[in-house]
Design a protein around this ligand. Structure first.
Ligand SMILES: Cc1cc2nc3c(=O)[nH]c(=O)nc-3n(C[C@H](O)[C@H](O)[C@H](O)COP(=O)(O)O)c2cc1C
Length: 359
């Protein structure tokens, strides 16, 4: 069975190419996940490192899905975890109860912890698929130990957290796919040893980027930054306005640990940092302002509301280098449909060019 068919069997409501909304912690909640899945994509709740609200988020998703046309033996949304800080023992009963179609694992502290999460999830809900987000060929090889169903290949353009040192998807995706396929030769279709399905993340916000990723060999794409400017994103107006304003993301976003430090988000390994829009906090840190003073100014800024965002603001604005292509706030469902249909159109017109020997 080819990968597109496998996707359609595992997630029967989807349309392809598959468009996925990333599990952005505190931002991608039940309404975004449900709207994305209802539009034929696959939406994730971002549960991150803190599962306090997970039961109520899942309950909301379940009730929002009650009148939908989706027929699935699993809950047709996924849950994303940041594994180094997530709580396995509180999560497993919820996976058993709600049976999400997928769980998304990211940044486990050790291979053994990834093994525990995977085994216990499969035991609690055998139809829940295991997705793992990786950012390098080495991480992809390591992930194979748990036989993931899906590998999300995250390039360095991605917004939010990822490997501090990385490559863009144009080089990373084909190298990961070639390496993984070589390591999973002749596995029986449907067996755990079969190569995972591949998706690309990082630097995709519209149809041309999605089409380009499909040309690299993935079956679908994940977008985070694009969905920050959606009706369903749980963010402040200041944050959303800054996503719409920022342009030329190669210059105006940066991978750094500064924002984590200011926000007191401790626990990420040295190997990881996060991409966000450059603002006064970062510029001052570069200029030598002490951590203590920068934190104090950040706290003051927190009290200012929406004006705390912007080039002269101090509030963290995690976003990817693709931010300059995000120009309007849309409904999540419209984003899914527009990118999916647009990518098909880009590929169709390229194929036509080749057919007519224009190249
Ligand atoms: C604001 C923001 C928050 C994110 N939070 C998470 C998270 O909690 N867990 C996770 O696995 N990935 C997270 N990511 C990364 C996404 O999973 C994804 O790799 C990334 O958004 C893709 O790149 P793009 O932003 O260019 O679309 C986040 C991304 C953003 C922009």
């Amino acid at each position: 069975m080819d990968d597109i068919k496998r996707l359609k069997v595992h997630y029967p409501w989807i349309q392809t190419p598959l468009i996925v909304s990333a599990p952005m912690r505190l931002i991608a909640l039940a309404d975004m996940a449900v709207e994305v899945s209802k539009a034929g994509g696959l939406g994730f709740i971002g549960s991150g490192t803190n599962q306090t609200n997970l039961a109520s988020d899942l309950q909301s998703a379940q009730s929002l899905l009650r009148d939908s046309d989706i027929h699935s033996s699993t809950l047709p949304i996924g849950i994303g975890f940041i594994n180094w800080g997530a709580h396995l023992s509180t999560t497993i009963p919820l996976i058993q109860q709600y049976k999400p179609c997928a769980v998304w694992f990211f940044a486990p502290s050790t291979p053994a912890s990834l093994q525990a999460w995977t085994e216990q999830t499969r035991h609690a809900s055998p139809d829940t698929k295991i997705w793992i987000q990786i950012g390098s060929v080495a991480e992809a090889k390591d992930a194979l130990a748990v036989h993931p169903d899906v590998l999300v290949i995250q390039g360095t353009d991605a917004g939010g957290h990822g490997l501090a040192q990385g490559a863009g998807i144009t080089s990373l995706v084909p190298e990961v796919i070639d390496t993984v396929r070589t390591m999973c030769p002749n596995a029986k279709p449907g067996s755990l040893a079969q190569a995972p399905i591949f998706l690309a993340a990082g630097g995709i916000a519209e149809s041309r980027g999605a089409a380009a990723a499909l040309c690299l060999g993935v079956s679908g794409v994940v977008m985070g930054t694009r969905f920050l400017a959606s009706n369903e994103a749980n963010i402040t107006r200041g944050y959303r306005d800054e996503i719409i304003r920022a342009a030329d993301g190669g210059q105006t976003t940066v991978r750094t640990k500064v924002y984590d430090i200011l926000r007191g988000t401790t626990g990420w390994a040295e190997s990881h940092n996060a991409r966000g829009v450059v603002n006064r906090s970062f510029v001052d840190a570069q200029g030598g302002l002490s951590e203590t003073d920068n934190k104090r100014l950040y706290k003051v800024e927190e009290g200012k509301g929406d004006v705390g965002w912007g080039v002269e603001g101090r509030m963290t604005t995690y976003a990817g280098s693709v931010v300059g292509l995000v120009k309007e706030v849309r409904a999540s469902a419209d984003i899914v449909i527009e990118v999916r249909e647009g990518a098909r159109e880009v590929l169709r017109s390229l194929a036509e060019h080749v057919d007519k020997s224009r190249w």
